[in-house]
Ligand binder design. Structure first.
Ligand SMILES: Cc1cc2nc3c(=O)[nH]c(=O)nc-3n(C[C@H](O)[C@H](O)[C@H](O)COP(=O)(O)OP(=O)(O)OC[C@H]3O[C@@H](n4cnc5c(N)ncnc54)[C@H](O)[C@@H]3O)c2cc1C
Length: 394
């Protein structure tokens, strides 16, 4: 019998599987696609901290980024630049493949073309019910890790509770005449959220946005504007979509069960980035399961350690990020424009860039520092801060 079956061979599922196999456990990953890295909708930006922490394969990195331009609704530009690279743009397919190869090298088995339909639980093991080329099969294991990404149907069946808030990302690969910098647009491009233009090679970029409603409509409109401005070669491109959870599940464990990654909603609510927080949580998931398997105690009570562990790392960040997200969604274009003016005129951007504790992956610190400027808090109509002064360190 397998020690652990991982449902989903995305980067987070592959990482949990790798960590468990490296510690001597027998692990099977079940993936509905026919190979790792197929049909992924993602911009693939991760911070340098993530690259260092998880030894991300250089082959999967398309380019490094040390600057970005942010545009307000009326076109005011904030240019942010640091000497050292802050982030990397991944070839998402190559990244997923590299993660699954690392797992396979450690001894993980993969069943591709296999869709998990259900999981049943007994007092001694779990049965994972899969459908492979039309044939049903039941595979037993001592525990199951759900890492199937944003799939509300399956999550709703397996876990008590479901996604409490989410948005949708839409993205296209476009030809460009040579954009060299990440660009982020606020305002009517993507009301409540933002749009991005991320160069991947000297002549290609990913253009996308997030929206609660009609993401395809907004993206098509924006692509046409970009084409008319000559920023992209053509608006006639295919668009892919993906759900993005904005709040974690209320409970991410159960009897012989752990939920991780997008499936658990471990995603930055500010930007929708889920790779780093998913990997950090995967590390905790593997460490908890390793001990629980060794002690032969896979009870829900024992696996609460996973939930406590990942919330200790990320809980505050996710709460603050979600608070900021909801605040941002209420802002008018005028307020966003005013915020840009204040930040620029007051040199707040420069001050933030100089602050050593401001990091690509930890938006909570930036939010807190920004709101400590009274003029910013007033402009955003923030009357009550979601934290006490002085309680700002993670
Ligand atoms: C438009 C867009 C842009 C994004 N940009 C970024 C970014 O720049 N940086 C960043 O950090 N994050 C970004 N994200 C989020 C990022 O893509 C996710 O956080 C990340 O993919 C989560 O990895 P995962 O392994 O948890 O889930 P996934 O990558 O979704 O993998 C889940 C896997 O489970 C499989 N699966 C699902 N159901 C079943 C089933 N029933 N049986 C078997 N297999 C199943 C799927 O086929 C998939 O391979 C973006 C998302 C979107 C939509």
């Amino acid at each position: 019998m397998y020690d652990v079956i991982v449902v989903g061979g995305g980067p987070i599922g592959s990482y949990v599987a790798y960590r468990l196999a490296a510690q001597g456990h027998r692990v099977l990953v079940i993936e509905r696609k026919s190979g790792a890295g197929e049909r992924v909708c993602c911009t693939g930006i991760i911070g340098q901290e993530c690259v260092n922490t998880f030894a991300i394969d250089e082959k999967a990195i398309l380019r490094r980024v040390n600057s970005a331009s942010l545009f307000s609704p009326s076109g005011n530009r904030l240019h942010l630049r640091r000497e050292e690279p802050q982030a990397c743009i991944l070839d998402r397919a190559a990244f997923d493949i590299a993660m699954s190869e690392r797992a396979q090298d450690a001894g993980v088995e993969y069943n591709f073309d296999s869709r998990v339909k259900d999981v049943t639980f007994t007092s001694s093991h779990v049965n994972v019910i899969i459908s492979r080329r039309g044939k049903a099969q039941e595979i037993p294991a001592r525990a199951v890790v759900i890492a199937c990404g944003f799939t509300p149907g399956l999550i709703g069946r397996l876990v008590p509770g479901t996604f409490r808030d989410f948005t949708v990302g839409a993205q296209a690969e476009v030809k460009t005449p040579g954009t060299d910098e990440v660009e982020v647009y606020f305002g009517d491009v993507a009301p409540g959220f933002f749009g991005w233009l991320v160069p991947t090679t000297p002549s290609m970029a990913r253009v996308g946005l997030m929206s609660r409603q009609k993401p395809g409509h907004y993206l098509k409109k924006w692509l046409e504007q970009l084409a008319a401005q000559g920023k992209i070669a053509s608006a006639d491109v295919s668009i892919s979509y993906g759900g993005i959870p904005l709040k974690p599940l209320t409970r991410t464990y159960g009897e012989r069960l752990i939920v991780v990654g997008d499936a658990a909603g471990q995603v930055k609510p500010t930007s929708g980035g889920g790779i780093y927080y998913g990997l950090l949580s995967a590390e905790t998931a593997a460490a908890t399961l390793h001990q629980a398997l060794a002690d032969d105690d896979l009870s829900a009570r024992r696996l609460t350690r996973y939930e406590r562990g990942w919330r200790k790392k990320l809980g505050r960040e996710l709460r603050l990020g979600y608070w900021a997200r909801r605040l941002f969604e209420r802002l008018s274009n005028r307020q966003i424009d005013r915020l840009f003016e204040i930040v620029k005129a007051g040199g707040i951007d420069e001050a933030l860039l100089k602050a050593e504790d401001i990091a690509f992956d930890w938006h909570g610190r930036t939010i807190i520092k920004l709101l400590k400027y009274q003029i910013v808090a007033r402009t955003l109509d923030v009357v009550k801060l979601p934290f006490k002064t002085g309680q700002i360190d993670r």
